[in-house]
Design a binder for this molecule. Structure first.
Ligand code: ZN
Length: 184
């Protein structure tokens, strides 16, 4: 379909523009097509379709642009022992899902990642993930795979879904290369 690639880029431009404005908003607030129609994204690429899934969902999926992260645990036990601890992202990104007993959320460090942090990129000899690639990996990869597709983190299917999301963004720029797989 001739128009498909362009549509996918357009969806990404919305997300990216929002991230550059400061980001940190919840997903549901910024994933809209020009007419405010969420469902229209479904017919675009894989990532746009996944964004539409997250937005249409009644649950809230967190997306934070931050140099640190602090998961929100949903059980009193975990809240007591792990709640409030803050961790450094060191230019990378991470996410947590309900499988880990937390609210589903992705954290993206706005600073560039290095190969020391993005070991998959180092292994494949490609540039470390940038802002858009990190966001796709965490939000449309890990969070979508766990919460929407029900794929348990650590499984081959779950990991494949994260690399698929990141690679779709990398594909929009030939210099970014493609990842072959997610680390164990
Ligand atoms: Zn990952």
């Amino acid at each position: 379909m001739p128009g498909q690639r362009r549509s996918t880029l357009t969806a990404w431009e919305y997300l990216h523009a929002d991230l550059q404005r400061g980001g940190g908003q919840q997903t549901r607030e910024f994933v809209r097509d020009p007419e405010g129609n969420v469902g229209a994204f479904k017919e675009f690429g894989t990532n746009a379709s996944r964004m539409a899934d997250l937005v249409a969902d009644k649950r809230v999926f967190g997306l934070s642009i931050s140099t640190t992260y602090s998961p929100t645990y949903t059980t009193r036990f975990e809240q007591f022992f792990s709640g409030g601890a803050e961790f450094q992202l060191n230019g990378g990104s991470t996410s947590r899902t309900s499988f880990q007993g937390t609210l589903p959320e992705a954290w993206i460090d706005p600073n560039p990642a290095t190969h020391a942090v993005d070991t998959d990129a180092a292994r494949d000899g490609i540039p470390a993930a940038n802002l858009g690639e990190k966001t796709a990996h965490e939000l449309l990869g890990h969070v979508w795979a766990a919460e929407v597709a029900g794929l348990k983190p650590g499984t081959a299917e779950h990991k494949r879904a994260t690399i698929q999301a990141e690679n779709e963004v990398r594909r929009t720029d030939p210099t970014r290369g493609q990842k072959t797989r997610h680390h164990d």
